[in-house]
Design a protein around this ligand. Structure first.
Ligand SMILES: [Fe+2]
Length: 188
């Protein structure tokens, strides 16, 4: 079993729904409106609902459309984390967490690529989708319960503002939307 297979091997995340809800509430309490952590938490919620939308579709055309929306959101979010947040984790003496974060997201990208080639209305498709959903849920839990709380507490205010701008810039660029956080250079 490759490392990527291992990453998505657990269909059911090891942590309970309650543990995940508690981690999210704690992370929300630490986040401040408009900061990178608020954006990340919003995007995690959107990703969860995008998975549900795919599962709720019953015909091929709507499933393909919903899968595309999920894939776009997942990729936009992960690229923004990989460019803006994980390097900051490494900088904050959390290299092990940063490496794990990149590995898990590469595994999800690999599996999403394979999923796109499966017949959309098939058990095989649903099984793989559930594997990816479980792996993403576990990754999200690791971020919300631990990794991003460390990042929030370890970096000074100025570095936090830089993360917010970088995360927003990368996410917006991939999603083809207007950035909401003004560039620090433009803002002087
Ligand atoms: Fe994330």
């Amino acid at each position: 079993m490759s490392i990527f297979d291992k990453v998505v091997a657990a269909v059911t995340p090891p942590e309970s729904d309650t543990a995940r809800a508690e981690a999210r509430a704690k992370a929300r309490a630490v986040a401040t409106p408009g900061d990178w952590l608020s954006a990340v938490l919003d995007h995690h919620v959107q990703i969860e609902s995008a998975f549900a939308t795919v599962k709720n579709t019953t015909d091929s055309a709507s499933r393909i459309k919903a899968l595309k929306a999920l894939a776009t959101l997942l990729t936009g979010h992960s690229i923004a984390e990989e460019v803006a947040l994980y390097p900051a984790l490494a900088q904050a003496d959390e290299k092990g967490h940063a490496t794990m974060a990149y590995t898990e997201q590469s595994g999800a990208k690999l599996q999403m690529g394979l999923l796109e080639d499966l017949p959309p209305i098939s058990q095989e498709f649903l099984d793989k989708l559930k594997h990816i959903e479980g792996a993403v849920a576990h990754h999200v839990y690791e971020e919300e319960s631990n990794w991003f709380l460390d990042l929030k507490s370890k970096l000074p205010k100025d570095a936090q503002a830089k993360l917010t701008q970088r995360y927003d810039e990368q996410f917006s660029r991939y999603m083809g939307i207007e950035a909401t956080v003004p560039s620090r250079r433009a803002a002087g």
